[in-house]
Unconditional design. Structure first.
Length: 255
């Protein structure tokens, strides 16, 4: 996934238009274009390689005695339509604290967690210079139709760990912008409510660009994915990034 522009949480809609590029006997290649519908502009481009399996013959039958599930207490709306919980940190916090201190204070409960943490449970649990550990409960809310945690949810955790690791090296008053992320999925993840853990580490940090890697593990300490990504340091820019257009126009020099 290559990020091209930041997207504001303004109640608008992002559409993803996917298409098949190639289909072989065992491997397929697809791509997707993410469009901010309000602005009618491209905000990200994605590609994916997929394994193609032979159909099951015969298909598995339905379970004879499915478990009874308690209904949610709030049935009035889908979770993403309910009142937002959590706080986005003000620019004064980013201007006065470096990234590592911000994350450590969030872990300690001294600074609020953002809304995405309240919606998904995504949160940092350890932070050092150049490295961060994040966790995400693998609940059934994350499941795809294949009854496994959807790849995008795993990518969200990976991207959070990559960006947070870079953030630990950012001084006060410096925004961070994720440029791209690549995730290799190693094994499926069960939506069983147990934690997924992502350990992100900065491999290179230059004047403008930083490269980070992450490993993701299930609660049995099995590695389920590996990821790499690049981010840009933007000194003097607001944390919200405004209308920054992301790309590789600024090259590293010396670093």
């Amino acid at each position: 996934m290559t990020m091209l522009r930041p997207v504001r949480a303004d109640g608008g809609t992002i559409s993803a238009n996917g298409q098949r590029v190639h289909r072989g006997r065992s491997v397929g290649l697809t791509e997707a274009f993410l469009i901010d519908e309000a602005q009618d502009r491209l905000v990200a481009h994605c590609t994916s390689r997929l394994a193609i399996f032979e159909p099951l013959d015969p298909p598995p039958g339905a379970p004879e005695d499915p478990p009874l599930l308690d209904p949610p207490t709030d049935l009035e709306s889908d979770p993403y339509l309910r009142p937002v919980q959590g706080d986005v940190l003000g620019q004064d916090v980013w201007d006065s604290l470096g990234g590592l201190e911000v994350i450590r204070r969030q872990i300690a409960g001294e600074l609020p967690m953002p809304p995405i943490s309240h919606l998904t449970g995504l949160e940092p649990i350890e932070a050092e210079e150049g490295s961060v550990t994040m966790r995400l409960p693998a609940t059934e809310w994350m499941n795809s139709p294949a009854q496994r945690v959807q790849g995008g949810a795993i990518t969200m955790l990976a991207d959070a760990a990559l960006a947070a690791a870079v953030e630990t090296l950012a001084p006060a008053g410096t925004a961070i912008a994720t440029i791209d992320v690549k995730v290799n999925f190693l094994r499926p993840v069960q939506g069983d409510g147990r934690d997924l853990i992502a350990r992100g580490r900065v491999e290179h940090s230059g004047r403008t660009l930083a490269i980070a890697n992450a490993e993701l593990f299930n609660s049995d300490e099995q590695r389920v994915a590996i990821a790499t990504g690049s981010s840009m340091y933007l000194p003097g820019h607001p944390a919200a990034l405004g209308e920054i257009e992301l790309g590789r126009g600024e090259e590293e020099s010396g670093g």
